[in-house]
Design a protein around this ligand. Sequence first.
Ligand code: SF4
Length: 283
Amino acid sequence: MTYGTTDFEIRQEECCNATVYLVYPNPFMLEGSTGRRLRRSRRGSPKSSRERIQQWLYRFLKETSFEPFLSLKASWRRGGQEGQWFWARTLDDLASCPLRAYYSLVQAKGSIPYTIAGFEFQRKAIRLLKTLEYFEAFADPGIRGFRTSSEGLSVCASFGEIRLCGRPDFVGLFSNPFVTWVVEVVQTSDWRKTLQRSIYRLDFYAQGIFELFGLPISLSIFAPEALIWIVLEDHKWAIELEKRVEELNGMLDFEIALKRAKRVSNRPCQSCAYKRLCPLSKE
Ligand code: SF4
C-alpha cells in the first residue's frame, strides 16, 4: 500500500511478523521543482545529501498519521551488568548461526562484522539524526575497537537468571509526535535480512526504552537505501523474546552449539568474525 504525500511516499509492507513503513521520494515529484531539488541533491555534495535525508526524517515524524506502537507487556526487570550477562547483539549472532552465538557469548561480545565504511556510515547517520527537533537524544556512535566515548543509553533486563544488556544506536525523545524514537543504523542493502536478524534485539531495546521513559515507542532501521519504521504486534514478541534468550543461554555449551550449527544450511561464514576459530568453516 502506498500513501502519497507531496515530496515523499510511504510504502507499507509486512516482514517478520511486523508491519514496516518505508519512506522514499515521490517519483512524480521528480519533474517538479522539488524533484529538481532532489535531483540536485542526489548529484550534490555530502552536505546536500545530508539535508535531503534530514528532510525525510523530519517529515516522516512530523506528517505521518500512523500511530507508533505502544509498549509490549513483557515482565521487564532491570538489572546491572554484574554476574552472568549477555550483550543483546548476541541475539543477532544466534539468528545467523548457533556457533557464532557461542563464540560471541564466551568472548562477551556481539560479532556484527563492522567495517571502517560501516562505522563511518553509522557516525554520519547519527550526526543527521541529532539535527532533528528532539527534546532529548542519546546516541552511541562508537563501536567495539573504535569506541571513544558514548552518549548512548544502556538497557539491561533480567530473564530469570539471565541478564541481557544493550545500547541502541540512537534514542530521541520528540514532542510532536510525543514519542520516543529508537533507531538502529546499519550499512546494508537488504533491510529485510537485517530485520530478520535483528528484530529480537530491536524489540528488546524498545521494551527497555519504554521502561525508562514510559512514552510510546517508534522503532526504525536506518540503512543507506531505506529508512524503515517498524510496528510490532503487542504481546507476541514479548513471549518470543524470552524464549530466544533461553535459547541463547543454551549456546554456552560448545557441543550443543556445534550440533545446532551443523543443521544450519547457508551459514554466512565468509563474513563471520570467528571463521579462523570455527571448525565448521574449514569443512
Ligand atoms: S564460521 Fe560459519 S559456522 Fe563457524 S561460527 Fe561463523 S558462521 Fe558459524
